[in-house]
Write a protein that binds this ligand. Structure first.
Ligand code: GLN
Ligand code: ZN
Length: 774
């Protein structure tokens, strides 16, 4: 077989949701029954066609496999599960006689249906994207159940393009899967590799028959050392997988991409295999070092795909530096190509869609600009550096401007951060605080509260939209929000909650709201990125030194407190979460930026305290998600992340109670960090796992206040009094009564009022019952 040349410039994947979120709208219309499957298919096909044409226009080759076929209706891991027929038995009736599943069935796996729970969802490497977790057991049968990817290749070919199909690789697919319920203890999905490979082989043969020259198999699972099968088992699986696939008589040339980190010793295995191209993430990871002679010789016969354009962030960056790192790969092989470090699914479409970013635009590269950067560097690899010198220089000039622009370095912010010492990070001893807070707050045993937001009704959203369009005055908007707050306060008093919230009606989003009110940030108009399925977020851009021009939440909280004699909890988003859900400057360590955000929040908390707010909650749902994959980077992360929370919160008096909220339930992995936060009260998710977390909590000896959620807010179901009572009792099995708080799993903003009121009433009734019996 003669290997077709690999394109000199490519990207690992492109945003799928559409420039104006066309896919989101079409998919949601299908879910709502407003369009049928054929109409959804047509909308998706139109989007794919537009994407391919756009990529060709931006400089990727039309017939050299440079354009990736990376579309997905919901998630690429779900696509792989459906392609190989790994449908959990609870959905088996959705599979037809040929073993295939239709679009409605596909979405049922993603979203659940009736009593059937969807596949679990979890974070995709160190990004804000979430994938669906395949369930694999000893009984899972693998067969080619969907040839969508082949049909999409043919769809492109019919339009005169030769594209490059992209699939999650077999090793990563199994490494990311979880053992199906009922699998024997210790069962590992990766043990099914030999049964899975024939399906990948069939798919590759079908692609070859359809005319595909190259296929991309994504194997980021190999860069993640924290996946709980040993490294040796991972490498063994990698070797076997590519021995089988590489050995096929008829197949496209194989490009194995390894985004999100370094391949480490997996390089030797891939070098020894028959794959024709290997992709390295040269932004997060590096080119291999310390190769054996054998590996060096083998690599010289393959294409090295240098992922030098950051797929993770939105900066135009150092293009000349990127060119140097790509060119350095010629040391390994005479065949070098340039690509993005990861799929571009993590960045928005196009800077040119933004009209309000001013001078910021010149510093940025969204997906389309990154494609152009790739095309530029590819031209440089072919024609030599002088051919692209102008483009490299222009990027360097923009970068220099960015680094020296006003607002990027603020002397006052830096001076303040430079003189911090240990006392700025420490509060009074916990015992002292407990006594002072007891006296100040006089709360009953098992105090009840909520996590912050109340339902964001249509009226609230409409008012905000009208304000944005200038159709509602600022004063009228504030009046509407105050009326909403007054309703929420009256409701909480009537239900009988002990610590009240204002309900967060004035916030469009828990990060963007603060970004809009702090200096150093900008927000985009169309900068949407897919978070999961049809859910998109619009991360803010943190480009300069952060400071607080004026108080942000104080008037809202003070107004709320004026309505009630119960304590009102001030509500802020923590520094780590603000960073995690924004695009953050890359010219200084994250820890330095976190400190600036922390100082701004510290001032806000001081102002809240001065305004008579006795409890302040600082949400850090992203604390776990920003934890680096590589173990050797974790200690440093915990140091700055925990430090920034403490810096934000340690300025208050002993009597002021600091709460935090973390969304997830995997308490065990991050217990030391939670202890480090030293919050007086920590609320976490616990209802879905039925208080499993209590075991970890008890074992850890955690002695501060803790509110494990007593009902799941992710579904509209109203929990009965008996159910909530049972969860409270389970919590009390491991947590002393004096530490326990009663609250739902998370904020209520995505819920409706009917179920919210009914659920909170049941929560209160259950609490009263338990209080009477302890
Ligand atoms: N205070 C926020 C709310 O209730 C917390 C949201 C979150 O944890 N994601 O909505
Ligand atoms: Zn939460």
């Amino acid at each position: 077989m003669t290997t077709p040349a690999f394109p000199t410039g490519t990207i690992l994947g492109y945003p799928r949701i559409g420039r104006r979120r066309e896919l989101k709208k079409a998919v949601e219309a299908f879910w709502a029954g407003r369009i049928d499957a054929a109409e959804l298919e047509a909308a998706a096909a139109a989007l794919r066609t537009a994407t391919r044409e756009r990529l060709a226009q931006l400089g990727l080759g039309r017939t050299d496999s440079a354009i990736p076929e990376s579309f997905s209706f919901y998630d690429q891991v779900l696509d792989a599960a459906v392609a190989v027929g790994a449908i959990p038995p609870r959905f088996s009736d959705l599979v037809d006689a040929d073993g295939a599943i239709d679009l409605a069935g596909y979405f049922a796996l993603a979203r659940g249906e009736g009593d059937r729970a969807p596949l679990e969802m979890t974070k995709w490497f160190d990004t804000n994207y979430h994938y669906l977790v395949p369930e694999i057991g000893p009984e899972t049968t693998f067969s080619l159940a969907s040839d969508r990817i082949v049909r999409q290749f043919i769809e492109a070919k019919d339009a005169g393009l030769i594209t490059r199909p992209v699939l999650v690789g077999p090793v990563t697919f199994l490494l990311l899967a979880k053992a199906a319920t009922g699998a024997p203890a210790g069962f590992q999905p990766i043990s099914r590799l030999a049964d899975l490979l024939p399906v990948y082989a069939e798919l590759l043969e079908r692609l070859a028959a359809a005319g595909a020259d190259w296929v991309q198999l994504d194997e980021p699972g190999l860069v993640n050392e924290s996946i709980p099968v040993g490294r040796a088992a991972q490498l063994d699986a990698l070797e076997r997988a590519y021995e089988v696939l590489g050995g096929l008589a008829s197949r496209p040339a194989i490009f194995v991409a390894a985004p999100y980190g370094s391949l480490g010793d997996a390089v030797d295995v891939l070098a020894a295999s028959a794959v024709e191209a290997i992709g390295f993430d040269l932004v997060r990871g590096s080119l291999p070092i310390g190769l054996t002679d054998a590996a060096r010789t083998a690599l010289a016969g393959k294409t090295i795909v240098a992922g030098v354009i950051d797929g993770h962030n939105i900066w135009r960056g150092d293009l000349a530096g990127a060119f140097e790192s790509a060119a350095a790969a010629f040391e390994l092989s005479p065949s070098v190509a340039v690509s993005t470090s990861t799929s571009l699914q993590h960045v928005p479409h196009d800077v040119d869609d933004e009209t309000k970013l001013g001078h910021l635009s010149g510093w940025l590269a969204f997906a389309d600009q990154k494609v152009e950067q790739v095309a530029t560097l590819a031209a440089g690899l072919i024609d030599g550096r002088p051919a692209i010198a102008d483009a490299l220089d222009a990027a360097s000039v923009a970068l220099a401007q960015r680094l020296s622009a006003s607002g990027v370095r603020d002397g006052a912010v830096r001076a303040r951060a430079a003189v911090l010492s240990d006392v700025d990070f420490a509060r009074d001893d916990y015992e002292v605080r407990v006594a002072a807070q007891q006296q100040a707050l006089d709360l009953p045993p098992l105090p009840t509260t909520t996590i912050g937001s109340f339902p964001q009704t249509g009226e609230i959203r409409r008012a905000r939209a009208a304000l944005g369009r200038g159709e509602l005055s600022e004063a009228d908007y504030v009046a509407e929000m105050r009326a909403e707050i007054a309703r929420v306060v009256a409701l909480q008093e009537e239900i009988g909650l002990d610590v009240l919230v204002h309900g967060e009606p004035e916030r469009n989003d828990m990060v963007q709201y603060f970004a809009e009110n702090l200096d150093g940030f900008d927000v985009t108009e169309h900068g949407w990125v897919q978070s999961y399925g049809s859910r998109c977020t619009r991360p803010s851009i943190l480009w300069g030194d952060v400071s607080r021009p004026k108080p942000i939440t104080v008037e809202w909280s003070a107004y709320t407190q004026s309505l009630t004699s119960k304590p009102v909890k001030g509500m802020l988003t923590g520094p780590v979460t603000i960073l995690a859900w924004s695009f953050v400057r890359d010219d200084q360590p994250l820890g330095d930026t976190a400190r600036q955000v922390a100082l701004a929040l510290r001032d806000e908390i001081a102002d809240l305290e001065a305004a008579g707010i006795a409890i302040v909650q600082v949400d850090e749902p992203a604390l776990r998600e920003l934890l680096p994959l590589e173990r050797d980077r974790q200690a440093d992360y915990l140091d700055w992340s925990v430090g920034s929370f403490r810096l934000a919160t340690a300025g208050v008096a002993a009597a002021t109670q600091i709460h935090t909220h973390l969304c997830y339930s995997e308490f065990g992995v991050i217990i030391d960090a939670i202890r480090g936060l030293d919050a007086d009260v920590t609320s976490i998710e616990a209802a879905r796992s039925r208080m499993e977390v209590v075991v970890d909590l008890e074992a850890s000896g955690f002695d501060h206040g803790i509110g494990p959620g007593v009902y799941d807010i992710h579904s509209p179901r109203v929990p009965s009094v008996a159910e909530v009572t049972e969860l409270i009792e389970r919590a009390l099995d491991g947590i002393p009564e004096r530490q326990l708080w009663i609250n739902p799993d998370c904020g209520l903003k995505t819920r409706g009022y009917d179920e919210t009121v009914a659920s909170l009433r049941n929560m209160l009734e259950a609490t009263r019952g338990v209080r009477a019996s302890v």
